[in-house]
Design a protein around this ligand. Structure first.
Ligand SMILES: C[S@@+](CC[C@H](N)C(=O)[O-])C[C@H]1O[C@@H](n2cnc3c(N)ncnc32)[C@H](O)[C@@H]1O
Length: 334
């Protein structure tokens, strides 16, 4: 297949083989969420390799991610801290460290201290200079019932941004998909708005985002919603089929006016700082600066929220043409 043939496709196969068809410096962002070698029950891949075998394999696809990324581009790798320490050692010699993003994802109590409750996302740029990176904002964290700010900003409330703070390297506002009805029959599907945040931070419209472990297509859907192009590789034909079906259903651009933003349910959860001056006319603002304490900036009622099937394949599974989705959905909800 020509390289163009890979654009906006989820291709079934081994990523190390498929990478061979992607030229150097071709994509704007490479994002990977590999199997974590935690004995998860994937349909096809072996998630239980020997320590050294796993790391040797990881080095190969990380090297490919760096190779195919443009000099202005970024590389993200999602995993548990244990493996990220090894990835970082390798990436430090081959790319430029930007951030270790902590994604807070609490799990059920297991009766021990220091129980793992975050994932890491390593953020590297291919080169030290000229990388494309945008500042992002997310909504202030508030008390659910009364809408009051969680954080006490003391006498500095007038200085607060009416929408919310700049995104830091600790992300506590994006939750894992827990409910079976909201997820595909895949053991570790990521939330779309996690990927949207990374994509808004490092790409522009039409840029190309590559994910060598596409799973059920989260990265591709995020890219598509944000008007970016995507390339996904996935070993398992069933996951490829689910991803392709979801991509057909997810065609609503995630936009307000001319600006790409990330939504979760009916709220904007990430926007670009430099676009706030234009975006703010779409929001009802707190009445005065100190009112930020208890009033959020809310999208005006007439703004239509782009709706899509989100992570939910129920609609797809109800479609008689979609036999695989239907079977898998039943399996997942048993
Ligand atoms: C952690 S999951 C990715 C989940 C994905 N981020 C999502 O949200 O759906 C890892 C995926 O990598 C796939 N995989 C494993 N080995 C692979 C390989 N050599 N080439 C391509 N895909 C592979 C697995 O089938 C699995 O779907």
């Amino acid at each position: 297949m020509s390289t163009e043939g890979y654009l906006n496709q989820i291709v079934c196969g081994d990523c190390l083989e498929l990478f061979k068809d992607i030229p150097d410096n071709y994509v704007d962002v490479a994002f990977a969420d590999p199997p974590f070698n935690l004995k998860k029950k994937y349909a096809t891949c072996n998630d239980s390799l020997e320590f050294a075998d796993y790391l040797n394999w990881c080095k190969k696809w990380i090297a490919e991610m760096v190779r195919v990324t443009k000099p202005t581009g970024s590389i993200f790798v999602h995993n548990i801290p244990k493996w990220l320490t090894y990835y970082a050692a390798y990436l430090n010699d081959n790319a430029h460290f930007k951030h270790w993003i902590v994604w807070d994802a609490p799990t059920a109590p297991m009766g021990k201290s220091l129980q793992p409750s975050h994932y890491g996302i390593l953020f590297y740029t291919k080169k030290a200079k000229d990388a494309k990176i945008y500042e992002l904002r997310y909504p202030h964290k508030r008390d659910r019932k009364y809408g009051h700010l969680w954080k006490d900003y003391g006498g500095k409330k007038e200085l607060l941004h009416p929408f919310g703070p700049l995104v830091s390297d600790v992300w506590t506002d994006i939750h894992r998909i827990k409910h079976n009805t909201k997820r595909d029959p895949h053991p570790c599907q990521l939330p779309i708005h996690l990927l949207e945040r990374l994509i808004l931070m490092t790409t522009d419209e039409n840029d190309v985002v590559l994910d060598p472990f596409a799973g059920t297509g989260t990265t591709a859907i995020a890219a598509k919603r944000l008007g970016r192009r995507y390339i996904g590789f996935e070993l398992d034909a069933k996951y490829v089929s689910i991803a392709q079906n979801k991509l057909i259903a997810n065609y609503y651009p995630s936009k307000i006016g001319d600006y790409w933003v990330s939504f979760y349910l009916d709220e904007v959860v990430t926007l670009r700082d430099k676009e706030w001056n234009d975006l703010k006319s779409y929001f009802d603002m707190p009445a005065y600066s100190k009112a930020i304490e208890y009033q959020r900036a809310v999208l005006k009622k007439y703004i239509s929220i782009p709706h899509s099937s989100n992570n939910n394949i129920e609609k797809l599974s109800n479609n008689a043409d979609n036999a695989i989705c239907k079977a898998l959905f039943q399996e997942a909800t048993l």
